[in-house]
Design a protein around this ligand. Structure first.
Ligand SMILES: *Cc1c(COP(=O)(O)O)cnc(C)c1O
Length: 402
């Protein structure tokens, strides 16, 4: 059998490569590489796709988050609440602007912020919440917005992994005051390089961000504040316009793949599928399962994970062991993320301790993201689950007997 990668962009390129190639050549011939109509057109199309009045494109999802906080004048002395189970960028930008990231534990089934714990983290210093629609699954935005409104807090949605996802039939990125998107190649809408965008219905915020992304400049070479250089270039904007037309189809394919995984995995009690909330239209940037190493982890009572001794000295974590067994069978899986943010070396100064966010910490030991991309074939999914079954049962049984 051929190896199965966690992500494969070459098949998408086979589908739209010729169209992209011709469009890129057109930009090259135009002699205009920064700004211009490709960027303006993409911004308009993306705003209308998300269902907002304003889109400001930029160089990355990280820059979109950074500029969102800057535009809201959040800074030193302020607190911003977010999840400890996300990519570092979400919290990093809070630190960059001089504010303090405040973490709240997550929900085990969705991997998203536990909204039941959110209010206890709010202080007089809290200015904003950054919910992350992790792995493509939207946060319950109805509930989150109710809490935010009650405490007069701004909501910046981190939509980097959830372009096209919906909560209660509204696209993420149109529900909070600001939505931040990444067009990194492996995201649902990926460029052929870096890119990002910010969405909002607030023209003042949009104008502010347009100034920030060009060195704080409104009138030419008159700089009103300390800005940055963060632009989407014309080639990426052209590519994104083409890909945006396919996004709904690709997301529907991801949903079909997620359904098939869920069905195939019901026969493996040692592997827990992610849950989709009702009201959620998840776009499955990742299909992230949990491989628990103890029975008190929300799995069925009939399942008993192996004791770690039988895995040998080099494996302290059952999930890591399963992952290496899968790799040996040609299936590449990923661990997003092995360490929660409150335990990262960079955040030691914040004073968090191990045990403080038990769900996030546990989930980091258990998560395993299976291959997920729109072109993944049903036969490949069957192979993946077949191999996973072998890793879970036979290897363990064999080593138990031996
Ligand atoms: C990818 C990602 C980002 C950052 O986006 P870049 O375009 O890589 O800067 C931010 N938050 C989350 C949750 C992400 O997955």
């Amino acid at each position: 059998m051929n190896n199965i990668p966690p992500f494969d962009l070459t098949r998408q390129y086979e589908l739209i490569g010729a169209e992209i190639g011709a469009a890129v050549l057109g930009v090259l011939a135009s002699g205009r590489y920064i700004g211009g109509s490709p960027v303006q057109n993409f911004e308009q199309q993306f705003a209308s796709y998300i269902g907002v009045s304003e889109c400001v494109s930029c160089n990355s999802g990280t820059d979109a988050l950074y500029m969102a906080l800057r535009a809201l004048n959040i800074g030193a002395g302020d607190e911003v609440i977010t999840t400890p189970f996300t990519f570092i960028a979400t919290a990093e930008v809070i630190s960059h602007i001089g504010a303090t990231p405040v973490f709240v534990d997550i929900d085990r089934d969705t991997f998203n912020l536990d909204l039941a714990q959110l209010e206890s983290a709010i202080t007089p210093q809290t200015r904003a919440i950054i919910p992350v629609h992790l792995f493509g699954q939207p946060v319950d935005m109805t509930r989150l917005m109710t809490i935010a409104r009650a405490h007069n807090l701004i909501v910046i949605e981190d939509c980097a992994q959830a372009t096209g996802a919906e909560w209660a039939e509204q696209k993420v990125g149109s529900i909070g005051q600001i939505g931040c998107f990444s067009f990194f190649p492996t995201k649902n809408l990926g460029a052929c390089g870096d890119g990002g965008a910010l969405t909002t219905n607030d023209p003042t915020i949009a104008a502010q961000v347009r100034t920030l992304r060009e060195h704080g400049m409104r009138a030419r070479y008159i700089h009103e504040e300390t800005g940055i250089n963060s632009r989407l270039d014309a080639i990426q904007a052209t590519i994104l316009q083409i890909k945006l037309r396919h996004l709904d189809t690709w997301n529907a394919q991801r949903r079909a793949i997620a359904d098939r995984y869920r069905q195939l995995l019901t026969s493996l009690p040692g592997v827990i599928s992610p849950k989709e909330l009702s009201g959620s239209y998840s776009v499955w940037n990742q299909y992230t399962t949990r491989i628990p190493s103890s029975t008190n982890s929300g799995t069925s009572a009939s399942f008993s994970a192996p004791s770690l001794e039988i895995l040998g000295n080099n494996h302290h974590n059952y999930r890591d062991w399963v992952r290496s067994q899968l790799q040996a069978r040609g299936v590449s899986s990923m661990v997003y993320y092995p360490l929660p943010l409150h335990l990262q070396p960079v955040y030691q100064g914040l004073g968090y301790r191990r045990g403080q966010f038990p769900i996030a910490e546990q989930v980091c030991q258990e998560v395993l993201s299976l291959p997920m991309f729109p072109e993944l074939l049903p036969e490949q999914q069957e192979q993946i689950v077949h191999h996973l079954k072998d890793c879970l049962v036979q290897e363990v049984v064999a080593s138990r007997e031996g």
